[in-house]
Design a protein around this ligand. Sequence first.
Ligand SMILES: [Zn+2]
Length: 377
Amino acid sequence: MRKSYKFRLYPTKEQGIILTKTLDVCRYIYNEFLADRRNAYDRCNRGLNILDQINQVKYLEFNIPVQSQVKQDVIRRLGKSFDAFFRRCKSGEIPGYPRFKSKGRYNSFTYPQSGFLIEGTKLKLSKIGTIKLKQHRGIEGKIKTCTIKRELDQWYAVFSADLGKCPIKVEPITSIGIDVGLNSCVTLSNGEQFDSPEFYRKSEKSLTVQQKRLSRKKKGSENRNRQKSKVVKVHRKIRNQRLDFNHKLSRILVDRFDRIVFEDLNINNMVKNHHLAKSISDVAWGQLIQMTKYKAEETGKFVELVNPYNTSQMCSGCGTLVKKSLAVRTHKCPECGLELDRDHNAAINILNLCTVGTTGRACGVMDNSSGNEAGST
Ligand SMILES: [Zn+2]
C-alpha cells in the first residue's frame, strides 16, 4: 500500500531558477513527444510504443542537465494520459485528446526511483542540488518516488512511500451514512453535524469580492495582473483550509466508524452539472471522500459510495417520496409522520442504500461472520 507525504521546499534563488528550468525541459519533452504521438495517431490511427519514446528521450540533451529517469518519467506520464484517452474512446465517453501544456500548466516532475535523498533538513536532488526541506512529520515505510511540485511561488516535495502489505480488513460493526451539503456542512446519519470553520467561509466570501474586482480590471493591464495573483492567493488559502478541515474530519470518521458511506458524486455529475456552486462543493467533498478512503484503507476499514438519486426526497422511515425544494430544510412525511432535518434524513437514506440488502437494516450490527467480503464493492 502506498502513502504520500508532502513537504515544503525552500530553494535559494539560484535553485529556484534551476527547478523552473527543469520544469521547462520536462514540459518541452512532454509537448514534443505528444506531437509525435499526435502525428502517428492522425496519420496511421495508432499509438506509439512507450519504450521507443523512452529510448529516444534518453539521448536528448538540453541547456541544463536533467536526470535521465526524470526525463523518462515525462514519457510515462504522457503514456498514461494516452491510455486514459483510449480508455475513454473505448467506453464511448467524449474522449478529450491529450493537450499541449502551456507554461503555467506544467508544474511537477518526478524522480521515479533514485536521484533523491533526504539528509537531515535537506533534500539532495540529482542534477539540481541540496535544497532546504521542512519535514514536519516522519515517513513510514520505504520511499519509492519523489515528485517536485510548483504551486505558484512555492515548491514542494511529495514522497510516495510503500507501507508493505495491506492491513487485514476489520469486520464492520459500526456503519455511518454521510450527507455532504452545498453550504459546507456535513451531516451524519446519527444526526451529528460538522460545520466547516468560520474562517473558511470568510475566505470564500473574500474570494467572491476579489474575483468581482478582477472582472472590473482592464484586460492586459498591470493592475489586472496584480489582482489576478491576489485571487490566486485566496484560492490557495481556501485550498489549504479545506485540506485541513477534510484531514481532521476524515480522521474523526475513520476513528469512530468501521464502514463509512458517501454519495457517489460522480453519478450525480453525470446526470446534470450546470449548478456551479454544486460542482465547486463536489470538488471539496471529493477530497473528503478520497482522504477518508486512504485513512480507512490504512486501518482495514471500508468506504462505500452509493447512488444519491432521490436520497434527499425519500422518507427514510417509510420510503415515500416527499418532494421538496432546496429551501425546505425539514423533511415532513405525510405517510408515517416522520419529521427530521432534511440532511439528516438524506444521510440515513445514504446509509440504508448500502446496508439494506447486506444486513437487512440500517445502523445494524453485522451478522455476517466473514467481514472481509462485506465491504468489497
Ligand atoms: Zn415516511
